[in-house]
Design a protein around this ligand. Sequence first.
Ligand SMILES: Nc1ncnc2c1ncn2[C@@H]1O[C@H](COP(=O)(O)OP(=O)(O)O)[C@@H](O)[C@H]1O
Ligand SMILES: [Mg+2]
Length: 380
Amino acid sequence: MPHHSLFPTLGILGGGQLGRMSALAALRMGIRVKTLSPSASGPVDHIGESVIGDWNDPDVMAAFVQDCDAVTVESEWAPADLAESVAGGATHVWPSSETLRVIRHKGRQKTALAQAGIALPEYRLCATYGEAEAAFLQYGSKVVAKRFEGSYDGYGNATVRSKEELAEAWAQLSADDGLLIESFVPFVRELAVMVARSYSGECVVYPVVDTEQKDHRCHAVTVPASISEAVNGMAQKLALKAANATALVGLLGVELFELENGDLLVNELAPRPHNTGHYTIEACHTSQFENHVRSVLNLPLGAPSLRVPAAVMINVLGKRAGELRADGLEEALAVPGAAIHIYGKTETRPQRKMGHVTVTAEDAKSARRLAETAASALNL
Ligand SMILES: Nc1ncnc2c1ncn2[C@@H]1O[C@H](COP(=O)(O)OP(=O)(O)O)[C@@H](O)[C@H]1O
Ligand SMILES: [Mg+2]
């Protein structure tokens, strides 16, 4: 916590929807917010103080961090290492650049999780094509190839079922240090859990959610997940273990596969507020964004528990390319109980995340119906 009696200042590296929703949560608590991003894209314009500048320039970064109590990132790709190196002792950068370095590379992330004894899909860090071929055969000729760095929303992954597809995946996705090959997991459900963790070690764990992907991209999130008490407890325990294993300070999104026998495997970690946690804004006592802000400022964390029986979140993706227009907004707003979030991106593109809709209700089924209705009304 800052030692002076003024409200703290939070710096956010990044100008997308995660930065926007974190900034809005901070501003509500009277926290001063600054954002730094390399180009104007809309979401954080006019929210707090938005600085556009070359964030790889030490002078730009030094000027930005100098009056911040804490600096955080909206993605693992933001230059936290530079922020750390120019920050004085009074400014904390969270998550640390070391935590980000480990999580950002899918190979280093797997190694850290495996060392902590966390169950993972079978995997091999393949430095050469020969190793990738051996892994492909070992895992029954059905694998998922993943680029080590820079992938998101399914860009950077390929399901591989033949040697031809393996060669293609290697050509497209391998880097100087090779390619990650994972056995294909026949999961019954994909689950996710958010954890907020402070520097002091205080942690809160959110309810387990059920996530559905379309084309490897998150489409719908349902809470509570239709899972047993035992699986619920195990998922929350795994998420806490992952946060401790990576010394994460801030918000961690943990993606899991549930197997038919109830076992859980960790798919991947995201060291930031996560798409599958957007539902927390309307459905939980404290949103993931608010606890992200609180944790990086070392303020007391808020209760993560549900304040409604059920909620569903549906992503709103771009349907065309060009300037954003409010096409379908009135129709979506007319759906009873639908909370409409539009991220303020000035340009739309097919499949780009433009917003989301959350509906809270007595049961997940009616929440789902209303959320789908509102989301599909939006023609962005
Ligand atoms: N080993 C696997 N077996 C089966 N499906 C997988 C596997 N790995 C990933 N997937 C599917 O692909 C999606 C995206 O993969 P993920 O590793 O989470 O990459 P991203 O960084 O794009 O989110 C997952 O949510 C899951 O649906
Ligand atoms: Mg993922």
